[in-house]
Write a protein that binds this ligand. Structure first.
Ligand code: G4P
Length: 542
């Protein structure tokens, strides 16, 4: 979702909506699997006193059952597939009150399309890096999505309690590989593996962390002057001070405009598992991360924050609660105040939509959501009419731009394993397609009973098959196809393309005509032989 330059000004005409929007911080954590995203999420919740003990969210390896990994498949694989939104209030030590909306993103590359949708709903991202590993492939891909969407990034270098790489070297890697200039706000005292605390570059003070048993509770912090720091950390403090002098000489200082303009990134150091550095991150979110700004509609016109309610759907998910078999649409509020029970307009159909069942959802935990403001995420229950990308509004019509689909690279024919279950099969396909689990392509040749599924990553097929069998009680058979490339084409080019060897043209449900090719050589040969054909690339996967 395109947005205007973030504004921090609060107007006077609708003080409550603007003031409430101003308090919101809506962000996602982007990282490679295992960098510590779940641990950090939990640590943030612990610091905001949403939970009283670590282990409530992060459920791996014997800790208490996880909140975000709720699907069986996720549990078995230990990955987070689905998107959830955690909302909590947080009062910073200086008394600033904020509402934090933390949107969870799937960690696996196969679900990058899902991640892309979630990132369309945030105002900021936290790029979480493992101190021993530096920038990893999935982090790089997600970073590119943020860059594409112009999302400001706060960098967090995690696991500093373990042996890892040199801090300056990690900053260099960030600058060299992704062209984002790091501007550290804190600097580690002690090398990776011996983490005593951080030097706060803004005050010059030493924030000394104290370990708690198993990292289960908030780690106490002592704020010490530079003089006192010397007596505690001595050589390590001196090294930290020297390194900070190097950073200052290099001009690596925080700058609001370049941070919001996505050319610099504030950096923090943490050990999320010990809850070290987490309060500093919350503080940075409160004081530095942008509040929601006016969103641009499909014509590029901004919808003011205090205009009547509007929101867009960035995620549709069914089967979260197997006992209820419900279907949830997540919508990000862009303008106005939302009150549960409001009747809003579904822009795609022009029909009224009643929001009686609005919830705040994080994993299995649901709470009724009575009011919401720009930046908040509403979970709308049993929203069967809503699709990803749809706009909802009140009073003054608005239409937000659609969220683009990614170019699929994996294709398979789906058939019902039980020939008598065609009706359920068709219903299941429609539902999972509307949720964005897979794209569905059809042709007269293949018929309704054997549509082609298209996916960015092959694990989407597994999720599809698993959910068809378990939730929709319709086991399917999948026959992989040898295509790897899809291009958008025109009706007048179909006959020519179909005449080519190993090329097939199918229609996606949104009406797009997609020509499928076995590989880029085949595509290149056809493009060369028939330069008149239109073969447009689709949005590349992150
Ligand atoms: P993810 O969601 O990004 O995939 O990562 P997750 O939080 O599950 O963390 C991956 C592993 O890294 C976990 O270890 C977790 O405890 C560990 N970890 C996270 N943050 C830190 C940190 O700051 N320091 C250290 N030393 N480790 C950290 P695990 O062995 O997979 O699970 P567990 O037994 O610790 O739960």
């Amino acid at each position: 979702m395109a947005r205007t330059a973030p504004s921090q000004t609060v107007g006077f005409d609708e003080p409550s909506v603007l003031a409430e929007a101003q308090r919101r911080r809506t962000f996602a954590v982007i990282s490679h699997p295992d960098a510590g995203k779940s641990t950090l999420t939990e640590a943030l919740a612990l610091h905001a006193r949403v939970i009283s003990e670590a282990g409530a969210i992060h459920g791996k390896a014997g800790r208490r059952s996880t909140v975000s990994d709720w699907m069986t498949m996720e549990k078995e694989r230990g990955i987070s597939i689905t998107s959830t939104a955690l909302q909590f209030g947080y009062r910073a030590p200086d008394g600033t009150d904020c509402v934090i909306n933390l949107l969870d993103t799937p960690g696996h590359a196969d679900f990058s399309e899902d991640t892309y949708r979630v990132l369309s709903a945030v105002d900021c991202a936290v790029m979480l890096i493992d101190a021993a590993k530096g920038l990893e492939p999935q982090t790089l891909k997600l970073f590119q999505v943020c860059r594409h969407r112009r999302i400001p990034i706060i960098t967090v270098i995690n696991k500093w309690d373990r042996p890892g790489r040199d801090a300056l070297e990690l900053l260099d890697e960030i600058e060299q590989r992704i062209g984002l200039r790091p501007t550290p706000l804190t600097w580690p005292v002690g090398y990776a593996g011996a983490f005593h605390g951080v030097l706060d570059r803004r005050t010059g003070e030493f924030i000394h962390f104290v370990r708690t048993a198993g990292g289960a509770t908030i780690a106490p912090e002592r704020v010490l002057s530079a003089g006192d720091a010397l007596t505690i950390a001595d050589a390590q403090w001196t090294t930290a001070v020297e390194e900070c002098e190097l950073l200052a000489a290099d001009g690596a200082d925080y700058d609001r405009d370049t941070f919001l303009g996505c050319t610099t990134t504030p950096v923090l150091f943490t050990a999320a598992v010990l809850n070290f550095g987490v309060s500093q991150l919350l503080d940075v979110l409160v004081h530095y991360a942008p509040a929601p700004a006016a969103q641009l509609d499909i014509d590029g016109e901004p919808r003011r924050l205090d205009d009547p309610f509007s929101a867009f759907v960035f995620k549709v998910q069914a089967g979260m609660d197997t006992s209820h078999r419900d279907r949830l649409a997540y919508a990000r509020v862009c303008s106005g105040a939302f009150e549960r029970g409001d009747v809003v307009v579904h822009a795609a159909t022009g029909k009224p939509f009643t929001t009686k069942y609005a919830q705040s959802v994080f994993g299995q935990q649901r709470t009724t959501m009575d009011v919401a403001y720009p930046g908040d995420v509403i979970g709308l229950v049993n929203a069967t009419a809503l699709r990803v990308g749809d706009t909802l509004y009140r009073e003054v019509p608005v239409h937000y731009p659609p969220i683009p689909s990614f170019a699929p690279e994996h294709f398979a024919v789906a058939r019902a394993a039980d020939a008598g279950k065609h009706k359920q099969f068709r219903r299941g396909i429609t539902q999972l397609e509307q949720e964005g689990v897979i794209q569905v392509l059809r042709s007269d040749l293949r018929g309704e009973q054997a549509p082609v599924l298209a996916a960015v990553g092959p694990m989407q097929f597994e999720v599809f098959a698993h959910r068809m069998a378990t939730e929709l009680n319709t086991p399917v058979e999948l026959e992989p196809l040898k295509y790897t490339i899809a291009r958008r084409t025109r009706p007048q080019d179909v006959a020519e393309l179909q005449a080519q060897r190993s090329v097939e043209v199918l229609t996606r449900t949104d009406g797009a005509l997609l020509a499928l090719f076995a590989d880029r050589w085949r595509l290149a040969a056809i493009e060369k032989e028939h330069p008149d054909l239109v073969l447009e690339p689709l949005v590349a996967a992150a």
